[in-house]
Every structure is written in structure tokens, then in C-alpha cells.
Design a protein around this ligand. Structure first.
Ligand code: FEO
Length: 169
């Protein structure tokens, strides 16, 4: 595998694990506020990010690449209002979409079509991640302003269940 593509995938493992840590921090914030449904949503989100990291980890191993695990940074976002994590999550997903795009472009440049094919799943996944994050902001703006609406939204997010990624390596 091309060195740059391998390095970028390696770095992305760390970024996905950071994403998991960031979402766990959001779950932590909501849990402390008594919003267990929002906390559930972000705990599941954190699990999904761990899955993303593991898919890249396995893909590199399956392609005889060395995986280097670096330190995971401390979650660095400050939350005040109840909508703050929602907005930070959306911004974060847009950032991750850019990262995936950069690996995709690097793989294309060296005609590494196997990696391109592998990353197709992530490109689609990012579309879903951004949509979910954006929808949550809209719902919060529409319904989160009064106690009853917030209660309903919390119940809705509490019903989310984890499902393993559709991509299996
Ligand atoms: Fe791993 Fe939320 O993208």
C-alpha cells in the first residue's frame, strides 16, 4: 500500500477514537443534566466511532500494514447550553467528512482502488452522520424550547438502539 494512504488511514484510527471520546463527553454532559435520552444517543454515537476505528484497524492489518496507536486527545469542546453539543457534533462530522475525503483523494491519486472501495462505505456513512446531526439541531430548535417538547425529544433519543456497522471486514 502507498505510504501516504497507509499513514492517513493510521491517523484516521486516532481521529475516530477521538470522535468516540468526544461523543462520550457529550453523553457525559447530558447525563449530568438529567437528559438520559440525549446521553443514550451520544453513547451509541461513541460506539459507532469505535467501530469506524476498528474497521480501519482491520483493513490496515488485512493489507499487511503496520498500525501505530497514538495517544487520544482530551475532548476539547466546552458546552454551556443544551444545544451546544448538537452544534459541535454537526461541525465535527463536517470536519470528519473532509478527512475521509482527503484519504479518498490520496487513494485515487495512486490508483489504490481497493482503498477507494473500502472508503466508499465511509463516504456514505458521513452523509448519514451529517444528516442525523443536522436533523437533531432542527428538532431541538423546533421542540426543545419548552419542557414538554424537550421531554418528548429526550424520550425519542432514548429509544435509539445500537446496531453494528453494515460493513464487515
Ligand atoms: Fe466516524 Fe462520525 O464518523
Amino acid at each position: 500500500m502507498d505510504k501516504k494512504v497507509s499513514r492517513l488511514l493510521n491517523e484516521q484510527i486516532n481521529k475516530e477514537l477521538y470522535s468516540a471520546y468526544l461523543y462520550l463527553d457529550m453523553a457525559n454532559f447530558y447525563s449530568a443534566k438529567g437528559l438520559d435520552g440525549f446521553a443514550n444517543w451520544y453513547e451509541i454515537q461513541a460506539k459507532e466511532e469505535q467501530d469506524h476505528a476498528m474497521l480501519m484497524y482491520r483493513y490496515l492489518h488485512n493489507n499487511s500494514q503496520t498500525v501505530t496507536l497514538e495517544a487520544v486527545a482530551k475532548p476539547d469542546k466546552e458546552f454551556q447550553g443544551l444545544a451546544d453539543p448538537l452544534k459541535a457534533a454537526y461541525e465535527h462530522e463536517q470536519y470528519v467528512t473532509g478527512l475521509i475525503g482527503a484519504i479518498y483523494a490520496a487513494a485515487q491519486e495512486v490508483h489504490d482502488y481497493r482503498t477507494v472501495q473500502f472508503l466508499d462505505w465511509f463516504v456514505k456513512e458521513q452523509g448519514e452522520e451529517e444528516k442525523n446531526a443536522c436533523d437533531l439541531i432542527t428538532k431541538m430548535e423546533l421542540f426543545g424550547g419548552d419542557a414538554k417538547g424537550l421531554y418528548m425529544l429526550n424520550s425519542e433519543l432514548g429509544a435509539r438502539v445500537y446496531s453494528a456497522p453494515s460493513l464487515v471486514l
